[in-house]
Design a binder for this molecule. Structure first.
Ligand code: GLA
Length: 377
């Protein structure tokens, strides 16, 4: 019911992923402490697919000799395994999709022991939407919706619980219809990249979607880039904090066998993960923004609250002109006792609190017993 946590092959391995990479990643999820921190799904993205045989049964390609054996291996580690397909005849990387074979593929996944399916629109657009309704965008969207509903039914018919992940880039306000169509998570936009620009653009643009998320059905701003590209530690922290505020799925996408300790420490920060996984299941929202600074809050179970102060610019807010936090704009009254989730220290937040923040950095605080405005009591 909480946002899925795990790892996906795409953001680091892309088209080159192999059976060995998936096994190595599963091993590392266990040995790095990520499994203990809650990471469960080991997801193979696009490019595992081979050809269909005469009876339409899909086979994996030479880089994945035996999917059942691989799934058994991942399960033997106490983890779950995910796979990828498209409603179109071809996937985004032009491999075999599920078009016309939905039930057959769902049964195949279940027979392998698959626990998670990412279903990526791609080839369905050219082959079906553009062909069947060339000049009718609304009808194209109906066709798209029907394709997602169809696979959802096929998955349910297998009798195996399989997490269903929509990847259609947020089209047709997917958050409005995805839960009823069987989605557990749905991408809200285009592909993320390992750059600050991409992460900040996608992350902060989630504001306003909070009403659509809840236990078992989540907005997905896309998989994590923590540890990828040339992101600074502040940027990695901010990325992880923002995704936790957003109750986003936490699917790591980095090179686990070569993960640096400081990246592992970010991905396994228990306090930040606890915010993401909070049982109340309410996605955080933007409380206010002031130029370069964004202040977000997230209500947590038991009346607690998470507050995150983000600095969007690469220039810091130093003691010359620190940011002054308005507690009253957060509905809070007077001094608040909290915990800084990145230093682990107890902190007090007072009205107008001066906050110094480096460029692209974050202050994330959990307030166990927020004191709300007198009028709200
Ligand atoms: C699309 C998706 C990505 C990834 C690739 C694979 O671009 O949005 O997340 O799955 O396809 O080809």
């Amino acid at each position: 019911m909480t946002p899925p946590m795990g790892w996906n092959s795409w953001n680091f391995f892309g088209h080159n992923v192999t059976d060995k990479d998936v096994r190595d990643s599963a091993d590392q999820i266990v040995s790095s402490g990520m499994k203990d921190a809650g990471y469960t799904y080991v997801n193979i993205d696009d490019t595992w697919e081979g050809e269909r045989d005469a009876s339409g049964v899909l086979h994996s390609n030479a880089r994945f000799p035996d999917m059942k054996v691989l799934a058994d291996y991942v399960h033997s580690k106490g983890l779950k395994i995910g796979i990828y397909s498209s409603p179109g005849p071809k996937t985004c990387a032009k491999f075999e999709g599920s078009f016309g074979h939905e039930e057959q593929d769902a049964q195949l996944y279940a027979s392998w022991g698959i626990d998670f399916l990412k279903y990526d629109l791609c080839g369905f657009r050219q082959a079906v939407m553009n062909v069947q309704a060339p000049n009718d965008p609304a009808e194209q969207m109906r066709l798209m919706q029907a394709a997602y509903i169809k696979m959802g039914k096929a998955l349910r018919a297998t009798g195996r619980p399989i997490v269903y992940s929509f990847c259609e880039y947020g089209w047709d306000a997917v958050w409005e219809w995805a839960p009823a169509a069987g989605a557990n998570l749905w991408r809200t936009g285009g592909d993320i990249g390992p750059t600050w620009q991409s992460i900040a653009l996608i992350g902060f643009r989630q504001a306003g979607l909070e009403q659509y998320a809840g236990p078992g059905h989540w907005n997905d701003p896309d998989m994590l880039e923590v540890g990828n590209g040339k992101l600074t530690l502040a940027e990695n922290r901010t990325h992880f904090s923002l995704w936790a505020m957003l109750a986003a799925p936490l699917l790591a996408g980095n090179d686990l066998p070569n993960m640096k300790p400081e990246i592992r420490d970010i991905l396994t920060n228990r306090d930040v993960i606890a915010v993401d996984q909070d049982s109340l299941g309410r996605q955080g929202s933007r409380a206010y923004s002031e130029g370069q600074v964004e202040v977000w809050t997230r209500p947590l179970a038991g009346g607690a609250m998470a507050v995150a102060v983000f600095n969007e610019l690469d220039k810091g807010r130093y003691s010359s002109h620190p940011f002054h936090l308005s507690l009253s704009k957060l509905g809070l009254h007077g001094t608040q006792e909290g915990k800084d989730l990145w230093t682990g220290k107890n902190v007090q937040l007072t009205e107008g609190q001066a906050i110094e923040l480096d460029g692209h950095d974050v202050l994330m605080v959990r307030i166990a017993r927020p004191i709300v405005k007198a009028s709200q009591r």
